[in-house]
Design a binder for this molecule. Sequence first.
Ligand code: ATP
Ligand code: MG
Length: 455
Amino acid sequence: MIKRLIRRVLRLGKRSEPEVFSPAEHGIDRNRISYGARKVCEALAGHGHQAYVVGGAVRDLMLGVQPKDFDVATDATPEQVHKLIRRSRLIGRRFKLVHAVFNAEIVEVSTFRAVNVAIADDATGEGGRLVDAHGRLIRDNIYGNREQDAARRDFTINALYYDPASEAVLDYHQGVRDLKRRTLRIIGDPRARFREDPVRMLRAVRLAAKLDFQIAPKTRAPIGEMADLIRNVPPARVFDEMMKLLFSGHAAACLHRLRAEGLHHGLLPLLDVILEQPLGAKFVNLALAQTDQRIREDRPVSPAFLFAALLWHRVLAEWKAREAKRQGRIPALYEAMDDVLDRQTDALAIPRRLTTTMKEIWSLQPRFENRSGKRPFGLLEHPRLRAAYDFLVLRAESGEADRELAEWWRRFMEGTPEERADLLLPAPKGEAPRRRRRRRPKKRAPAGPPPTLAD
Ligand code: ATP
Ligand code: MG
């Protein structure tokens, strides 16, 4: 162990030169580099600094995909970058960065950082590195050189440096070879790198699904057994990564890969149960396919809607179980929703702003069944009607709800006042007497609990 560490440190002392690829070899057209990224590199280079386009942008350009955004890496410190680029701001999350703003474009500029060495022995946090008891990197703020910066990146295909001035791509870790082989390979020892930052396992799945790459066998091997380490990552960060995954335009592929790697246990453990039921699997797959389609068409998507869909069949199961115990229909639904959300929060904390909407979408479902009297009109006023209706359509498409019901609501929502009146169904038999029975005791005891019916 110690020997290996010493060898690693010695190897680090020796500077290795990157492989250099010319435009004819890497095929990146300089004009496809964003305006902002080019300006940042020019400004920094003009003051004697090194500056490269790095990360996902270089990878995507080499694959012929237009990058979402551009990142720049430089040997200038964040303070120097901030001084040199007028419309820029210093931001500090896990480490200091600069955001350079060019109208709608934001270029993230990071200073070269040092390679991750001697994780476990450095738990005191000296020298800017801090790791927790599980070896997870908490702070990583030592500046380094370009080579060290390449080594601390996650995958070989994410560690390519493009110089807009010379148009060369610099490659320290055979990223170009891996791009050609369509392989995602972690830099360094997979176990150590996943321990340092378990989120890299999620990134592996997301990138492999997005690019349709295979995960190199050695990179892939430890994922299943290390999946639980995700529990030590702050929930907000896991949630951010999960959002990236679900709204990547490849949610279906990502989720199936997550499951194949056993990673969903730390995130959406309920998914197992849901995907084992034919109706549940059909519903989830429809929701994922619809989300992917909307992202690809640049249409808005609602995270609450997708999470509501991912957990719906669990809610249904809990709801039915409670009803079977003779609990009232609506109170049973509310308890089922709370129970499913409580259990889900243990793994992946879905923020309250989303769970509130999820509950609204769920609790509106039984209300669609009322198609007589005044109740359907009341529902028309509900701010979540559209989302809840889309949810009903998805249920109908998966075979869990009545198609005729969804169709009725479409016509009712689109109808004129006369058409709506014509659509109303007669009051179901037995409804009126039941109401009278329920109201009487309340008159006698006005201080009783409020009705729990959703409407
Ligand atoms: P995309 O933007 O398409 O989702 P990306 O690879 O650009 O993918 P970013 O989150 O934008 O992902 O990260 C930019 C770069 O920073 C990555 O390409 C990688 O080099 C590095 N990086 C990001 N996250 C990590 C991490 N957890 N560990 C090591 N390096 C990382
Ligand atoms: Mg990126």
